[in-house]
Design a protein around this ligand. Structure first.
Ligand code: SF4
Ligand code: SF4
Length: 326
C-alpha cells in the first residue's frame, strides 16, 4: 500500500475505515462473499472517443456496444448508495471522459462526499471553459495521455491526435490552477512506451518540467488480450510487459476492493473486459450491493483464485512491475 493510500485510510471517517477492514478481511480469508461495499469504483462517463488509437477497441471500432453517456441522475444513484464507503472514484474506462458534458458535476458531487476522484483524458478538451470547470470541480488528479513529444510520434499510435492542442491545453490547465492558487488537480503526464517513441524517454523529464506537469508516469504498452496483432508497437525487452512477466502474481485482489461500472450500469470485473465477456450484473437495475454480493461476482472471485484460467486475466499487467514513475 502506498503512503498516500495509508494517509487516506488514517484520515478518513470511521464508516469508510470499518468497511475497508471488512474488505481486507474478506480478501485475506479468500472469502468469495465480500463482507463490505467496494472501496473503489471505476465508472465510465462515455464509451465514445474523438481519437482512433490503434490497439484500443473504442478507437479501432471493435467495441460493438451502442454508444452512450452516463447521466448525472444515474451517477448520483450509484454514489448515493455506495459513496459513504468509497475511497476512490476512477472516472474513465473505455472512451474519452470529457465527451460527457456533465463530468464536472459528477466530480464535484463525489469530491463533496470526501472521495478521491481521478480521471484520464487524451487532452483534446482542455480549452474553452473546461480548464476552469476542472479546477472548480475539485478533481484530485488528472492523467493526460501524451505518448509522443512531436506530432509525428504522437499520431503514430494515437491516430487523429493533435500534439499542439494537447500541449496548449495542459498549459491552460496549469495556468488556471495558478490563477486559482489551487494545488488540484495534480496533473500527471502519462507516456506509454512503444517502439516508435522509446527513444524520446530521455527528453521526457525536461519536457514535463517545461510545460508544468506535476508528475510523469511511464507505462508499458498493452494490447488488450492479443499482443500478436500489435507487435509493431511493442517496445524493446526492457520496457515490454509481455517479455517481463516474472512478477505477475496468480491471485488478483481487484475484485475484493473494486467494481467497474460502464455508462449504462453494466458491471464488469475490471477495465480488461472491454467486450463485456464477464457481466456481473447491472447496478442501475439491481443496486450496487446486490451486484457486489451476487452469484456472478462470487463465481468470478472463485475463478480468480487461479487467474491464469480466465481469458481476460492472462495478459493483464496488474501486479506486474513494468510501470515506473520518474
Ligand atoms: S484516447 Fe483513449 S479511449 Fe480514445 S481511442 Fe485512444 S485509448 Fe481509446
Ligand atoms: S484482468 Fe487483471 S485486474 Fe482484471 S480481474 Fe483479471 S487479473 Fe484482475
Amino acid at each position: 500500500m502506498s503512503l498516500n493510500k495509508i494517509k487516506r485510510f488514517v484520515f478518513s471517517d470511521f464508516r469508510r475505515q470499518f468497511n475497508f477492514l471488512k474488505l481486507a478481511l474478506s480478501y485475506f480469508l479468500k472469502n468469495t462473499k465480500s463482507f463490505g461495499y467496494p472501496a473503489k469504483f471505476m465508472i465510465e462517463p462515455a464509451n465514445t472517443c474523438n481519437l482512433n488509437c490503434a490497439a484500443c477497441p473504442v478507437g479501432n471500432g471493435e467495441i460493438k456496444k451502442t454508444k452512450g453517456k452516463l447521466t448525472f441522475g444515474d451517477f448520483k444513484k450509484i454514489i448515493n448508495e455506495a459513496g459513504p464507503y468509497l475511497y476512490q472514484l476512477t472516472l474513465w474506462n473505455w472512451g474519452e471522459p470529457f465527451l460527457n458534458p456533465e463530468i464536472d458535476r459528477m466530480v464535484k458531487y463525489a469530491v463533496r462526499q470526501g472521495i478521491f476522484v481521478i480521471t484520464s483524458t487524451n487532452g483534446h478538451f482542455l480549452e474553452g471553459d473546461w480548464p476552469k470547470k476542472i479546477v472548480l470541480s475539485g478533481l484530485d488528479e488528472i492523467i493526460i495521455a501524451l505518448d509522443g513529444l512531436s506530432q509525428e510520434t504522437l499520431e503514430k499510435y494515437r491516430r487523429g491526435a493533435d500534439f499542439e492542442k494537447v500541449v496548449s491545453g495542459i498549459k491552460r490547465l496549469v495556468e488556471e490552477k495558478r490563477k486559482k492558487a489551487s494545488l488540484k488537480p495534480v496533473i500527471q503526464l502519462q507516456f506509454i512506451v512503444m517502439k516508435h517513441n522509446q527513444s524520446e524517454l530521455g527528453k521526457l523529464k525536461s519536457f514535463g518540467k517545461e510545460i508544468g506537469v506535476n508528475k510523469i508516469v511511464v507505462k508499458s504498452f498493452g494490447a488488450n488480450l492479443d499482443i500478436n496483432r500489435f507487435k509493431d508497437f511493442e517496445p524493446d525487452k526492457k520496457y515490454s510487459r509481455y517479455k517481463n512477466r516474472m512478477s505477475v502474481k496468480s491471485f488478483c485482489r481487484q475484485l475484493w476492493f473494486s467494481l467497474n461500472i460502464n455508462y449504462d450500469g453494466t458491471a464488469v470485473p475490471c477495465c480488461y473486459d472491454p467486450h463485456e465477456k464477464h457481466i456481473l450484473g447491472n447496478v442501475f437495475q439491481e443496486g450496487v450491493k446486490k451486484v457486489w454480493q451476487g452469484e456472478k461476482m462470487l463465481e468470478f472471485r472463485r475463478k480468480l483464485i487461479n487467474r491464469e484460467k480466465i481469458d481476460i486475466c492472462r495478459q493483464c499487467a496488474y501486479n506486474s512491475k513494468i510501470s515506473r514513475k520518474i
